[in-house]
Design a protein around this ligand. Structure first.
Ligand code: ATP
Ligand code: MG
Length: 568
């Protein structure tokens, strides 16, 4: 930050100095709200949260070298007393941003992908000059000003993530550090409950481009109609990115490799260059294009943009983090957060990455979706249940709609797979293929033959049961949902995908009967730890696991436990 004496801080925040605070003592930063992050020269801002009151840590902060505490009541030691610490923090950041003449502020908003895009874009701007970008997802009324306060007189770019939890929030954030470039990624269903509709979300996100000056640039996603329509809400010049011809910065010839990483030709008005992303999931193309479009506006050569995008690896944790265990189990840790859109993106990426392997997923019910919550969670269940998984674990509370959706979709998929098997058996019978003994007839009920992508069962792997209980497992098909808080759920099963259209390994060549189609195990567990314990019994070498849920569920813990603490 630009060093400020306490007297000036008191002036900016209309605060009063107490506790023998020396008006000439200079705060050089960092400004922090976590007393553990205090360094000599810091200003410690005491925020009263739901669980913790920063004022209780004031003395500790002063001992660690804080020049003063920005507080709402007198504390032990020098302080600037203000009526509202968060508001004072915003005022301080606003004054600081205004004193930074060389800085270009770039704001990024959207329902999904802000942090990922911010990380990519900060990489590009760093090629031009010193860049400040938030660590992780600092995007709210506290994180935003704290990030702005990290800038100093050398800073050339601030790449900021702006989140809207309601109408007016982004407008407020843009007042702190007025952006010249505004990037809008997408309008999805995150926080639908708070907003009450997608149009309201679009209204809130569009506040970013409304705040741009005439000399600024709005960087809009041409592929998202609600974002495209924001072109009419800005005084700034508009540039579009996307997959279609209408976008001036676009991706052509997108291909995705076996791990789900996209490659494409980046086209711009002044040339093209090949990009091969190391980020997982096709949705990364959208984020890469957004970053490319902003970078292009800053005058970066296309070749440089393409090279930087191709070198970028995930910077912020738990977003499509793909790690291989020594035994070949691949864990996709996308547990940072989840909403309906990012769930769809994750399942799409996981399908590519897990092709030809047994796939499992650990998910949890989505939150903050308001009245639409149960329906959207049932839809999530259907997505998971119909995606050809060998097993699904739903963790945490409010899982009813997810479990119901998943069982229904799994049952449909299994029925379809069974019908295909029966049809195949009947065709063989009609063609006079000799009847063969049905090799599985003595197997426990529900046992199924291996399918082409699943390989032979390994010792230790328990076939998903269709009826009877499995030792050590909650009974599948046991108590009705809601009767017991956790446990198995009557699962109808898919694995239709692998069976359909190809020969079924081990299928009886004779007519009359076919193996039962693959059953999908669906289990409800209380938390991230229980999910890991459950998975441990399911996994065998070569399997793939997707872990994704809302922030509050902390499912990254599941991924880390499955990886044996080696999730780096
Ligand atoms: N363009 C995209 N479309 C859909 N999903 C995406 C996109 N980009 C990232 N995701 C997924 O969304 C989740 C969150 O990504 P990221 O942290 O970049 O988004 P964010 O907008 O910053 O989220 P938050 O609002 O929680 O800060 C991750 O699971 C990620 O894989
Ligand atoms: Mg974020």
């Amino acid at each position: 930050m630009i060093p400020l004496p306490l007297a000036r801080i008191a002036e900016i925040t209309s605060g009063a100095l107490t506790g023998m605070a020396d008006p000439r003592a200079v705060v050089r930063g960092p400004v922090v709200i976590d007393s553990r992050a205090v360094e000599p020269g810091s200003l410690f801002v005491a925020i009263k949260g739901a669980r913790v009151d920063g004022h209780d840590y004031a003395a500790q902060a002063i001992r660690a070298g804080a020049v003063a505490v920005l507080a709402t009541r007198p504390v032990e030691g020098p302080a600037v007393i203000v009526p509202d610490a968060a508001a004072a923090l915003a005022e301080l950041a606003t004054a600081q941003a205004a004193a930074l003449p060389k800085v270009t502020v770039i704001g990024v908003t959207g329902s999904a992908g802000k942090t990922s895009t911010k990380d990519l874009l900060a990489r590009l701007t760093a090629r031009v000059g010193p860049t400040i970008a938030p660590v992780g997802s600092f995007n709210n009324e506290l994180g935003h000003p704290l990030t702005v306060l990290r800038a100093d007189l050398d800073t050339r770019f601030m790449v900021l993530e702006l989140a809207a939890r309601n109408i007016g929030h982004i407008k407020d954030l843009t007042r702190i550090a007025p952006p010249e470039i505004g990037v809008v990624l997408n309008v999805g269903t995150a926080h639908l409950g708070v907003f009450g509709g997608k149009e309201a979300i679009a209204k809130a996100k569009g506040e970013l481009v409304e705040a741009l000056p005439r000399t600024g640039v709005a960087v809009l996603n041409a592929d998202d109609p609600l974002v495209r329509a924001m072109a009419s809400r800005t005084d700034a010049r508009v540039t579009f990115f996307g997959r279609g011809e209408s976008a001036s910065i676009r991706a052509e010839g997108v291909t995705v490799d076996a791990r789900g990483r996209a490659s494409f030709t980046l086209r711009t008005p002044s040339g093209s260059a090949p990009v091969s992303l190391q980020l997982f999931g096709e949705h990364a193309v959208e984020n890469a294009l957004a970053a490319a479009a902003a970078g292009y506006e800053l005058g970066l050569p296309v070749a440089t943009i393409a090279a930087e995008l191709s070198q970028a690896t995930p910077l912020s944790r738990w977003r499509m983090e793909v790690t291989d265990r020594a035994d070949g189990v691949t864990v996709v840790n996308d547990a940072y957060n989840a909403n309906p859109d990012s769930m769809r993106a994750a399942f799409a990426a996981f399908e590519v990455l897990g092709r030809g392997r047994r796939r499992f997923a650990v998910i949890a019910a989505l939150r903050e979706l308001g009245e639409e919550g149960p329906a959207l969670n049932a839809e999530l269940g259907r997505l998971a249940g119909g995606s050809g998984l060998a097993g699904l674990i739903v963790a945490g509370p409010d899982a009813g709609p997810v479990l119901e959706g998943a069982s229904a979709a799994a049952a449909e998929a299994q029925a379809a797979a069974q019908a295909a098997l029966d049809a195949q058996a009947a065709a063989h019978a009609a063609a006079g293929v000799p009847q063969a003994p049905i090799p599985h007839q003595d197997a426990p009920q529900g046992w199924h033959g291996p399918s082409p992508d699943q390989g032979p069962p390994q010792p230790g792997w328990q076939a998903p049961p269709a009826g009877g209980p499995v030792p050590g497992q909650p009974p599948v098909g046991g108590p009705p949902m809601g009767a017991a808080p956790f446990g198995g759920v009557p699962a109808g099963p898919p694995a239709g995908g692998p069976h359909l259209g190809g020969p079924v390994a081990g299928a009886p060549p004779g007519g009359g009967a076919a193996y039962p189609a693959q059953a999908m195990r669906i289990v409800h567990v209380p938390d991230a730890e229980a999910a890991a314990a459950e998975l441990a019994g399911w996994l065998r070498p070569g399997d793939a696991v997707l872990v994704k849920g809302p922030r509050a569920m902390g499912l990254e813990r599941t991924a880390e436990l499955v990886l044996g603490g080696a999730a780096q």
